[in-house]
Ligand binder design. Structure first.
Ligand SMILES: [Zn+2]
Length: 408
């Protein structure tokens, strides 16, 4: 048993509503706090000195100086299983070419698909492990990882195996998602319906049997899949027992109705979502996930995060870390910039990175610091939590514990 502390402030992120706006005075802050944990789980949380008396046999993991503690961040949307680089695409974009133009010119997702197909399982697992470690050091203790750069039955299985291998070696928890429906592969001899049927018949049963992923995602967009095709595909995947999510409303609208109708777990992107789309989402229970890293990478507007919260929905912020549109891969910086632009309170930003993010991955055992949850804790060297977002990512997590174990 270990007692970690004292923390000048401990933000539990507990007892917060799942939806709607949050004010900073709703945050539960324990001054001079401590956390008792054993075998990776939180046993008790409270005043450090009181816990020290109550658990006199616990080893004390002393923190020298002022630290603010929070639950580990959860990145619910990444594409970190890739090979190659898209720096060239980025340069083209800076010179004025659009995302769609670059894709038409042979860059974009298809370029990454070709390089990823050439990589071995081992090479991809190494890349995922390194990227997951980089995120972990920044305080991301759980992250979702999508496939989607294979785009054939065999290649998607290879990628999901690489993610599983990286997950078995990583200290961070990796949650895999099958995104075989990323784009219609250029070398597929058939239309979108035929491609999605192939995925349903040949890939998803194998993914299910080998327990490679329990989530299925699709990119609904003009350059990817139509709403009509997505509806059929997601319904079938749901009937097979997969949890379903979608990439929607990035450049064009119309996916909110689909999301509600199919009761997808989350709708991710929403940069193009207008008031009508927001009102539709407000009527359902789909979790909106916004991806400021993609807006920064593409030089486009942020998703209407403020309006979404004001309409009464939940809000989760994820990095979308990928080689094309979101190359930064720094969740805290991206969230801080979004918060400044969209006027999100600090409570709303932190909830979007912790407790509300946990719900987006159905991970009820993390995202808040409370008894029974896993001891995923991050600490920033400051005496006031407001300093963290104020410094827009430059104040980094000085300490990270994954399941009670120190990462750095
Ligand atoms: Zn994405």
């Amino acid at each position: 048993m270990t007692l970690t502390g004292p923390f000048k402030q401990l933000l539990t992120m507990d007892h917060l509503p799942e939806k709607g706006p949050l004010s900073d005075d709703q945050l539960e802050i324990i001054p001079d706090g401590g956390i008792v944990h054993h075998e990776g789980k939180i046993i008790a949380i409270g005043n450090f000195n009181e816990l020290k008396d109550l658990h006199s046999l616990a080893l004390v993991d002393w923190l020298e100086g002022d630290y603010v503690g929070l639950p580990g961040m959860i990145d619910v949307h990444t594409h970190i299983c890739w090979a190659g680089s898209r720096a060239n695409d980025y340069a083209l974009r800076l010179s004025g070419k659009s995302y769609l133009e670059i894709a038409t010119m042979g860059g974009g997702i298809w370029d990454t698909v070709q390089k990823t197909r050439e990589a071995t399982v081992e090479e991809l697992a190494d890349a995922v492990e390194q990227r997951a470690y980089r995120l972990l050091k920044l305080g991301v203790t759980t992250l979702e990882v999508k496939s989607g750069y294979g785009l054939s039955v065999e290649q998607e299985l290879k990628i999901l195996e690489a993610i599983a291998l990286a997950g078995s070696r990583s200290m961070a928890d990796l949650v895999p998602t099958c995104l075989a429906a990323h784009i219609l592969p250029k070398d597929f001899n058939g239309n979108e319906r035929q491609y999605l049927e192939l995925i349903i018949e040949k890939l998803l049963p194998e993914v299910m049997i080998r327990k490679l992923a329990s989530r299925v995602d699709i990119f609904v967009e003009k350059s990817a899949f139509s709403i009509h095709a997505a509806k059929r595909y997601l319904s079938q995947a749901k009937n097979m027992g997969f949890e379903i999510v979608l990439h929607g409303d990035q450049f064009s609208t119309g996916t909110a109705t689909l999301a509600n109708e199919l009761q997808v777990h989350s709708i991710d992107h929403l940069e193009a979502a207008n008031d009508q789309e927001i009102q539709i989402l407000a009527k359902g229970n789909v979790i909106p996930v916004v991806l400021p890293g993609a807006s920064i990478g593409l030089g486009e507007s942020f998703a209407p995060a403020r309006k979404l919260l004001d309409s009464g929905t939940s809000l989760v912020i994820a990095s979308d870390w990928n080689p094309g549109s979101a190359p930064m891969g720094n969740l805290l910086t991206e969230a801080a910039i979004l918060g400044a632009s969209e006027k999100l309170t600090m409570a709303e930003v932190w909830a979007a990175l912790t407790c509300r993010a946990a719900r987006a991955l159905n991970s009820g055992d993390r995202g808040s610091l409370k008894q029974g949850n896993i001891a995923d804790i991050i600490a920033f060297k400051t005496n006031d939590y407001k300093e963290i977002l104020y410094q827009q990512g430059q104040l980094r997590a000085g300490m990270v514990w994954k399941k009670g174990e120190i990462v750095k």
